[in-house]
Design a protein around this ligand. Sequence first.
Ligand code: NAD
Length: 234
Amino acid sequence: MARPDPSIVILTGAGISAESGIATFRESGGLWESHSLEEVATPQGFARDPDLVHAFYNARRAAVRGVSPNPAHRALARLEQALPGQVLIVTQNVDDLHERAGSKRVIHMHGELSRALCHACQARWAAPDLMHAGDPCPRCGKPATRPDIVWFGEFPYYMDEIETALSACTTFAAIGTSGQVWPAAGFVQRARATGARCIEINLDQSEVSGDFHEHLIGRAGEAVPAWAERVLAG
Ligand code: NAD
């Protein structure tokens, strides 16, 4: 049976933005060393102390504004330009560095720092630089605004679209992700089951390294441009 058009699904995690200067979550010096996950990345934490949670994401938003895409983000944008319609980025990152590098087909499965969400009426809008507990929703007026971030215990966005892409792709690459957050950690098994070649690009082994056909160990800023050149060379 003929395979569908070649398609490349690329899962990215905090590691791809590390060389831009955005801290990852789990490594030493990462974000969780100064903030507990329960405090700032769960609905319960937000209910307990919305001021703290808004302050955390306000700081993340400001940090992202001050940095730029790195060679890894730019290489993925070039790959998409060279293979129109064939490259999909599924990112766990809440920054906008893929878009700022020029990528067009980007799914933010864990939400975006640049978006706000009303947890009363589900309205979404562009987040202001600073959000505060009690800010009214522009649609329903209730003081129920929160960052549009998928917290632990919540369901990631666009899972149907991601599932469809994984079941049709011929190449699956995971870049800078530790394989500790589900369901993203299971995407490699899903892609592999449908025959995709699976490549992991990371500084180190991840929790799910054993599921990949190939590993490129190194910094994303060097390894991703090299891999993209190889894909384009056929
Ligand atoms: P993680 O922090 O758990 O893992 C980061 C991974 O990247 C590690 O495996 C590490 O070895 C690797 N890495 C670090 N520096 C690298 C580099 N220069 N080149 C290549 N690899 C490198 O992150 P995760 O797997 O994405 O999962 C945790 C959650 O973190 C996600 O849900 C995501 O929403 C969130 N997060 C996002 C951002 C962001 O938007 N930039 C930042 C921190 C955390």
